[in-house]
Design a protein around this ligand. Structure first.
Ligand SMILES: Nc1ncnc2c1ncn2[C@@H]1O[C@H](COP(=O)(O)OP(=O)(O)O)[C@@H](O)[C@H]1O
Ligand SMILES: [Mg+2]
Length: 463
């Protein structure tokens, strides 16, 4: 589906066709801009979390650190058993269903309850809490850096929820990179931050300078906790936080894919988020590939080899595991070959394996979401995709099963930013130089430029 029809295709058409195309473009833009407006209102209210509201994150209750279980052929005397022994030797608290559950018993609520949590985030958490030292009265800014999908946002959420009670006010500003890429995005983020920290409505700042000035002076007496999630430019840091702006004991956490953004700012202490260890990676992969914590016997070697290619990146483990779930062995072997051909740092290329194998209609749905519909209600979109014959119910189910799309707690569409970037890059690659030739335009500014150029072209043709 072309959410915004590409005008360049009509370059040689008759005037009447041009008029119809323009009308349809304006209609699409109108629909799009009303969607975007709604989205903006929602995103400004949901782009942050303030005061005492905890950030929803996967549950991480107490229990064992690793769960070893098996279904199907008994592997307890082979792979599972030796893994179990090695883990115990390493001091890891292991739950093995041969000890704790009857053979072949379904995974019951007790086990499900315990595995519905993150694969150990404790290593990273321990180091960060030590760096933060929340009892100390100085002001600190800690920057988490690491590849997209390594777990920076998840770690920031877990830490935020854990320490928020120690502060007078808190703010979690998400998607800084995406929000700042829109006109007035930085100003909106400043207003949101001021609103969260003062815990009252703030009128939008007129300029970024006004916002910076207000943030500089307003919170000097307050002990605040601020998270800036997914920053990609030093000007975002400069407009939002500084050690001198906040009261004693304040803490700021910044997450970014780009270490150099942190290096440019001497106030920031840097922390590189570590990927999962091999046994943790295996567990996460198996949860998605087998819906349990250890591999099926006939796929255990392949599982291990695939897990090793991911470099402990949780997002890749999730997406590749979900893609392989229920697939025959030959597909697993092919996937391993593809993964071995690419370094794990090429995250998008690895995630693309799952995208490439989607039906063409479902690819369109994926691209629509990545470019235009993150944060939207899937209900109304289903009618549109139905009209395009994209089989949206099956499509959405498929995308969700593959962990390519998620439905948030608010019932709206959500996609990890690495997958969003992958989708947008696929569309951009259709014509890198000429946005007007692409199937979707997601930046307001770009859409307006394309439309203006198009109007000029029509006027020239009429003269
Ligand atoms: N310790 C973990 N255990 C299980 N899943 C994790 C863990 N850390 C991150 N994830 C999952 O991996 C994906 C990427 O994590 P995220 O925090 O969004 O990465 P980043 O912010 O670095 O791009 C998310 O779906 C998240 O739920
Ligand atoms: Mg993130």
């Amino acid at each position: 589906m072309d959410s915004l029809a590409a005008p360049a295709a009509t370059g040689h058409a008759l005037p009447v066709t041009i008029f119809l195309a323009v009308a349809s473009i304006f209609f699409s833009v109108a629909v799009l801009s009303s969607l975007l407006k709604k989205r903006r209102v929602r995103s400004s209210s949901s782009s942050s979390s303030s005061s005492r509201r905890r950030i929803p994150s996967p549950s991480h209750g107490r229990g064992y650190e690793v769960f070893l279980s098996f279904r199907g052929p008994d592997t307890r005397t082979g792979f599972t058993d030796s893994l179990h022994l090695s883990l115990k030797d390493a001091g890891v608290d292991v739950f093995m269903d041969s000890e704790e559950l009857h053979v072949g018993e379904d995974i019951g609520p007790e086990l499900l309850d315990r595995i519905e949590r993150l694969v150990s985030i404790d290593d990273n958490k321990r180091v960060v809490l030590r760096l933060l030292e929340v009892r100390k009265r100085d002001v600190r800014i800690i920057g988490f850096f690491g590849m997209g999908g390594i777990g920076k946002t998840t770690l920031a959420k877990v830490i935020y929820n854990e320490i928020m009670d120690d502060f007078d006010s808190c703010s979690f500003l998400k998607d800084i990179r995406e929000t700042s890429s829109h006109l007035d995005g930085l100003k909106r983020l400043q207003s949101q931050l001021a609103k969260d920290l003062s815990r009252r409505e703030y009128r939008e700042f007129a300029t970024t300078d006004e916002g910076t000035n207000e943030l500089q002076h307003r919170f000097r007496e307050k002990k605040v906790l601020v998270v800036l999630d997914d920053v990609d430019d030093n000007n975002q840091l400069e407009a939002l936080v500084s050690v001198a702006w906040f009261g004693p004991g304040s803490r700021v956490i910044v997450t970014t894919r780009y270490k150099n953004v942190l290096s440019l700012n001497p106030e920031v202490l840097q922390y590189e988020v570590e990927g999962l260890r091999l046994y943790q990676s295996m567990e996460l992969f198996c949860r998605h590939a087998f819906r349990m914590d250890s591999p099926k016997a006939e796929l255990s070697d392949l599982s291990l080899a695939i897990v090793e290619t991911t470099g402990g990146l949780p997002l890749a483990l999730e997406v590749i595991g979900s893609y392989l779930c229920g697939k025959r062995k030959g597909i697993w072997e092919e996937t391993l070959k593809k993964l071995e051909g690419k370094p794990h740092t090429k995250v998008q290329e690895n995630l693309r394996i799952s995208y490439d194998s989607l039906d063409s209609e479902h690819k369109e749905i994926f691209l629509d979401i990545a470019c235009l519909f993150i944060g939207e209600d899937p209900g109304m979109l289903i009618y549109m995709w139905d009209d395009c014959k994209f089989y949206p119910r099956t499509g959405l189910d498929e995308l969700i099963l593959r962990s390519l799309v998620k439905i948030g707690e608010d019932g709206r569409l959500w996609m990890h930013d690495q997958l969003r970037d992958l989708g947008r890059e696929i569309v951009r690659q259709k014509d890198v130089k000429e946005p007007g030739n692409r199937s979707r335009l997601w930046s307001n500014e770009e859409a307006i430029t394309v439309l203006k150029e198009y109007k000029v072209r029509i006027q020239v043709r009429r003269c």
